[in-house]
Structures are given as structure tokens and as C-alpha cells.
Unconditional design. Structure first.
Length: 77
């Protein structure tokens, strides 16, 4: 699917990665986690502020939990 370098071709994913690395500098998602990030960005309709708020949680909550929480409601943001 996506590799980190190819993710830069998708502005929403690149923004998520940039924001996530601000709170967790060593953040390096594997292919399955990049798929979760793509799902998160898609669920948030690519809205930059929403993506940055979601990415801010990566040092606290696993990506799968962020995705699940956003699927059920947007209270996490």
C-alpha cells in the first residue's frame, strides 16, 4: 500500500505525519499503520485542523484506538 515516502504524495497523510512527529519525533509508522492514518484522514475529510488534532494523540493513544474513537464520535478532538 503506502510507504512513508509515498505518503508525502497525499497531503492529508503528510500533514498527519508531520503533526505526529511534533509530539513523537521518532514516529515511524509501518504499512498497516499508514493504512490506519489514511483511514483517519479520510474520516476527517482531509480537514487540516482535525488531522492535526488527531495526530497530537499519537504519543498517548495507539493509532487503532484513535481510528476507532473517531469512527464512533469526534469527542476525541
Amino acid at each position: 500500500m503506502l510507504v512513508d515516502g509515498a505518503a508525502a504524495n497525499y497531503p492529508a497523510i503528510a500533514l498527519f505525519l508531520q503533526a505526529a512527529r511534533r509530539v513523537q519525533p521518532v514516529f515511524a509508522p509501518d504499512e498497516s499503520r499508514l493504512a490506519l492514518i489514511a483511514d483517519i484522514c479520510r474520516h476527517l475529510d482531509g480537514i487540516p485542523l482535525a488531522i492535526e488534532l488527531a495526530a497530537a494523540w499519537v504519543d498517548t493513544i495507539p493509532l487503532g484506538d484513535i481510528a476507532a474513537e473517531l469512527q464512533s464520535n469526534l469527542d476525541l478532538l
